[in-house]
Design a protein around this ligand. Structure first.
Ligand SMILES: [Zn+2]
Length: 135
């Protein structure tokens, strides 16, 4: 072994001892801590990613009004009556599709002086749902 390498090897040995002793303490500087971090990553793999807090996300979405409230559920334990089922169905349909809106009653045609036939389509409740117009 060449004689000039002995001080270099001694410095490397001192650095290794410092890394093992001081570098493992919390708050150690990175130049003493990096061998421990590298070793931990090699042995245990990368640190697990933090999982999203779905309960908190749902709570915040509800607080901000980004989600609709839970559908109406009424139950006596033995099933529900036809009226309750119809109310639940209406509530769920309103929740999914929005409130039922009728088409405007007045004639809508952008062609000036058009007098074409108009066919109205109504649902079973008599609400005007669509108007078909031909020019
Ligand atoms: Zn028209």
């Amino acid at each position: 072994m060449p004689l000039p390498l002995i001080p270099v090897l001694l410095l490397e040995l001192l650095y290794a001892v410092a890394c093992v002793t001081v570098g493992t303490r919390p708050g150690a500087s990175l130049w003493l801590r990096w061998p421990t971090l590298t070793w931990e990553r090699m042995v245990h793999g990368p640190a697990p990613k933090p999982r999203p807090n779905y309960a908190r996300i749902a709570y915040l979405e509800q607080e901000l009004g980004l989600v609709d409230p839970e559908p109406v559920r009424k139950s006596s334990g033995l099933g529900i009556s036809a009226a309750e089922a119809q109310a639940n169905l209406a509530a769920n349909l309103n929740r999914i599709f929005g409130p039922e809106r009728a088409v405007r009653a007045d004639k809508v045609c952008l062609v000036k002086g058009c007098d074409g036939p108009t066919t109205e389509i109504r649902n079973w409740d008599g609400v005007l749902r669509r108007r078909l117009h031909q020019h």
